[in-house]
Design a binder for this molecule. Structure first.
Ligand code: UDP
Length: 237
C-alpha cells in the first residue's frame, strides 16, 4: 500500500494516509524528546528498533487475544495499521516505583508495588498531559464508563503478558504507557510499545535499558535499545 499525504507528525513518528481510508502508515523516526519536548536528540536507528519491537509485541498480544492496530510491518521504519479514533487518554501501568510516581509520592525508585497501578493522563501537550481519573475522562466526554473499564481490564492483561515476556529475557518491566482507540466500535490498542514508552531494567545489573538513558544523560541509549530488540527477537523473532 502506497503512502499518500502526511496527516500528522509527532515527536517520534509520522502518520500517512493510504488509499484505503480505514488504514494508515506509521513511520518511525530516530528523533527523541523528553521533558515536554524541551530536550531533543537523536538515538541512532531508534525508529528501526522501535518499529521492530512494537510489531513483535503487538503480534504476540494479538495471538493472546488482545486486538491491536497492527496489520503488517511494511519495512524497517513503516508499519500499516488500522486507523483508530484515538481516546485522548494515556494509560500508564506500573509494577515498580520510578519516574513521576517515585517523585510525587517521595518513594525510592525500584520499590516493588504490591499491586500494579493504573494511571490515566489527558493527552494534551499544552497542558503537559495532566493526570486525571475515570471521572474526569467521563465528565469531559473523552471516554464512556464502559470504555474506561475495558481499557483498564485490557491494560492489566497486557501488563501480565508483557511482564512474563520481559521476565523470560532478563528484563524487569517497571512501567509503561499505552494508548487505545476505537475501531469498528471496539476498543483497540494503538500507538507503540517500545523502550521509548516503557521502563525496562536488566534483572541482574539493574541497568536502565530504555529512554531514561537519554532523559538522564546516562549515554549508551542506542546500544541499550539494540540489546532489547536482540533479546526480544531471541524469543519472538
Ligand atoms: N511515558 C510515555 N509517554 C509520556 C509519559 C510517560 O511513554 O508522555 C511512559 C514512560 O516512558 C514511563 C511511564 O510512561 O515508562 C511512566 O512515566 P512517568 O509518569 O514516570 O513519567 P516520566 O517521569 O517518564 O516523565
Amino acid at each position: 500500500m502506497e503512502k499518500r499525504e502526511k496527516l500528522y507528525e509527532g515527536k517520534a513518528k509520522q502518520i500517512f494516509a493510504v488509499d484505503d481510508e480505514r488504514y494508515y502508515i506509521m513511520t518511525y523516526k530516530d528523533e527523541a524528546t523528553a521533558f515536554d519536548g524541551t530536550k531533543k536528540g537523536i538515538i541512532e536507528n531508534k525508529g528501526i528498533v522501535n518499529n521492530r519491537i512494537s510489531c513483535l509485541l503487538f503480534k504476540m498480544l494479538e495471538e493472546k487475544g488482545i486486538e491491536t492496530h497492527l496489520l503488517e510491518q511494511l519495512d524497517e521504519r513503516n508499519v500499516l495499521v488500522k486507523r483508530l479514533q484515538m481516546l485522548p487518554v494515556e494509560v500508564v501501568l506500573r509494577n515498580v516505583a520510578a519516574g513521576s510516581l517515585a517523585q510525587r509520592l517521595g518513594m525510592e525508585e525500584g520499590r516493588e508495588l504490591q499491586i500494579p497501578i493504573i494511571e490515566l493522563y489527558y493527552k494534551n501537550d499544552d497542558l503537559h498531559d495532566p493526570m486525571i481519573n475515570e471521572y474526569h475522562a467521563q465528565a469531559m466526554g473523552w471516554a464512556t464508563w464502559e470504555q474506561l473499564k475495558e481499557v483498564q481490564s485490557l491494560s492489566l492483561r497486557i501488563n501480565q503478558i508483557l511482564r512474563k515476556l520481559f521476565d523470560s529475557i532478563g528484563l524487569i518491566l517497571v512501567d509503561f504507557k499505552l494508548e487505545f482507540g476505537i475501531y469498528d466500535n471496539k476498543i483497540v490498542l494503538g500507538d507503540e510499545i517500545s523502550p521509548d514508552s516503557c521502563r525496562l531494567w536488566d534483572q541482574v545489573s539493574r541497568e536502565k535499558m530504555d529512554k531514561d538513558r537519554f532523559r538522564r544523560d546516562l549515554g549508551g541509549e542506542a546500544e541499550a535499545y539494540q540489546e532489547v530488540v536482540r533479546r526480544i527477537e531471541e524469543v519472538l523473532g
